[in-house]
Structures are given as C-alpha cells and as structure tokens.
Design a protein around this ligand. Structure first.
Ligand code: PEP
Ligand code: MN
Length: 361
C-alpha cells in the first residue's frame, strides 16, 4: 500500500478552506477564456482557473475541445490575472503539452480514472514532475479502482495529490446528473485521512439549481475544496451549458455557503455531541439486533420453501413490502429513495440467506 499524505495547506495558491477551482467546462475561444478568467480573478477567492482542452464527450459529433491551441490562452490567463491554471489530462501527450505551457494542476477525468492502463501511462509521464494532480472518481462506484489510480500517481513521486468527487453514472435517470453516493468519499476519508478531497458539484448536479445544495453538503462533510464550472455566457456554452454559472452567480453562490468548524472548539459542545453520538450508537445496535432477528425468520421461511419446492424470489410479495415500507417511512418523514435503498439491501441479504438454506444439506 502506497502511503498518500498530502497537506492541502501547502499547495500552491491555497488561501484557506474551501480551496476553489473554477473556470469553463471547455476552453472555446481566447476571448471566452480571458474574459471568464478576468471576472473570476476579480472575485479574489479562486485559487485555480480550470478549462478543458480535450473534452471526453459521451457521443461523437459533440464539441470535443480546442486541443493544445487553448494552452496558450491559459498561459496568458496566468500572466495577466495571476491565477494558477488547471486542465484535464487523459494521456501522456496531454501531460507533456500541459507541462510545456506551465499548467499548475492536472486532473484525471472520470472516464480515464476507470482505466489502469491509461492512468499508468499518465503516471509514467509524471515521473519526477512537480505539479498538483487530482484524480476524479471513476464513473462506476469502485473505491479500490479510485484508490488504485491515486496510488499509481503517488508512486510517480507526485506529492501534492488529491481526489475529486464528481458522482457516479447510473442507467436510471435521476434528479442529479450523477449520483453522489456520499458514502464513497466518506470511505475515502476513512481509508486515506490525509488526502485532500475536492467536490465537483457541477458534474454531480448537472444543473445550476443543485450547485448550492451539493456544495453545502460537501462542506458539511468537511471536504477541502470545490471545483465549479463557470462561463461568461452559460446558455451558449459549447459543453455542459445547463450546469455552468457566470462568475457573478458563482460569487453569490459561494457567499451563501456556510463554513462549519471541523471539530467543535468548546468542551460543552463536545460533551453534548458525545452524548448524542452515544444515543446513535445505541440505535445502531438496535438496528443490527433487529436485522439478526429478521434474518432468523427469513431462514425459517427458506427451509419451508425448500421442503415444499417453492422458488425463493416472490416478486409480488417483495413489491408489497417495498410499497408498504415507503408509505410508512413517508409518514415518519423518511425519504422514499432511502427507504427503498435500505429495503433493497435487506431483501438481497434475505435472498442470500435463503440461497444458503437451499444449498445446505
Ligand atoms: C470536466 O471536468 O469537464 C469533465 C469532463 O469532468 P468528468 O471527468 O467528471 O466528467
Ligand atoms: Mn464539464
């Protein structure tokens, strides 16, 4: 296991929590890049100006970026505004081009971090280079794959290394463009406590209206920074037009965020939190006891089904259970999606138990 230990406070451009990265989804023209950068620099709170040069688009015939041409514009951004610059790299060539133009931060996109061959090629190109690198979560919720990509970059000698949480793809259309699955970045924090984590609410939400709530949630979970797409004319952006905001709107959004303290300074508050946490632990124990009891009954049913040659999965019965749980949950103020998720997991565990019973002699 490679040790990853990066203190964001020592990163170039860091001025305090949250570390802010902003700029257009794609660099489109010199004018668009320069004007967005000027307006963002004027906010005096952005550390890194981002812009995509090579765009990984889901379908062909979409705008695929201006390519290396745009790197010159980023060099001008740095010279004129003093903002540090960042781009997405998806292969070795991108890394070499970026370094040639003095780009300060590189990130590996969600469609690249899924592929260990591609990540290793990028890591090889980064060997011995002093640059900040962020690894976006792979599009599928696989924490080991995400950690593996970070380890490959760490082994290349990159010390200013961080993760970007940008959500996960699903087949079903959901409210957000990508499911946040907050448990993954939380687990990342548990597994690698000294790894900076940046949230990308733009790609999670996929629409301007969700940016604030997602950003606030990330700050409440003690994320280190935010990457938010900003464009001088979002409605006419060549990519991700629904989710980009003008620098002014970004400023307004940032001003509405509440920055809470990671740990309460005051002893009384700590004691109170401690007590409440004990209560939570007790309820969690109850939940586990109840699960154990439920599974014992499930096993009994399994034995009955086996003796009478009945299939394990009874869809109608299952449908009934879920509907009832969602209705009862709603009356208790519990979200339908949460209840459905919990009950699906319980159902899966029940099926596993019954399969075991079926296979037992
Ligand atoms: C981007 O940041 O513009 C981008 C393409 O993001 P992702 O890799 O998260 O889709
Ligand atoms: Mn984008």
């Amino acid at each position: 296991m490679t040790v990853i230990n990066s203190d964001i406070k020592e990163w170039k451009g860091y001025t305090g929590r949250p570390f802010l990265i902003s700029g257009p989804c794609s660099a489109e023209s010199e004018e668009q890049v320069m004007e967005t950068a000027r307006q963002l620099a004027a906010l005096n709170r952005i550390s890194i100006f981002r812009a995509g040069m090579w765009k990984p688009r889901t379908r062909p015939d979409s705008f695929e970026g201006v390519g290396a041409e745009g790197l010159k514009w980023l060099r001008s951004v740095k010279q004129e505004t003093g903002l540090l610059t960042g781009i997405e790299v998806a292969n070795e060539r991108h890394v070499y081009e970026a370094l040639k133009y003095g780009i300060d931060l590189l990130w590996i996109g969600a469609r690249t971090s899924v592929n260990p061959f591609a990540v290793q090629d990028i890591a090889n190109a980064l060997q011995g280079v002093d640059v900040m690198v962020l690894v976006k979560n792979p599009i599928n919720p696989d924490i080991d794959l995400w950690i593996g990509a970070l380890e490959r970059i760490a082994r290349a000698g990159i010390t200013r290394l961080g993760a970007i949480h940008r959500g996960f793809s699903t087949f079903e259309k959901t409210t957000y463009r990508n499911q946040p699955n907050w448990q993954l970045p939380i687990e990342m924090r548990r597994r690698i406590p000294d790894l900076p984590i940046i949230c990308d609410p733009s790609h999670i939400g996929g629409a301007r209206m969700y940016l604030h709530e997602i950003s606030q949630k990330a700050l409440d979970l003690n994320f280190d920074g935010l990457m938010i797409e900003s464009h001088i004319d979002p409605a006419n952006a060549l990519s991700d037009s629904q989710q980009q905001v003008t620098p002014n709107d970004l400023n307004e959004l940032l001003s509405r965020l509440i920055l809470r303290n990671p740990s309460p300074a005051d002893q009384k508050l700590l004691d109170m939190l401690g007590e409440l946490r004990q209560q939570i632990d007790v309820y969690d124990e109850h939940l586990l006891d109840l699960m154990e009891k439920r599974m014992k009954v499930v096993e009994k049913i399994g034995r009955y089904k086996k003796e009478n040659n009945i299939t394990i999965l009874q869809s109608l019965r299952w449908d009934e259970i879920i509907k009832r749980a969602i209705n009862k949950g709603a009356a208790k103020g519990l979200g339908a999606e949460t209840i459905e998720g919990i009950f699906k997991a319980i159902h899966q565990e029940s099926i596993n138990r019954q399969m075991q019973v079926m296979n037992d002699e």
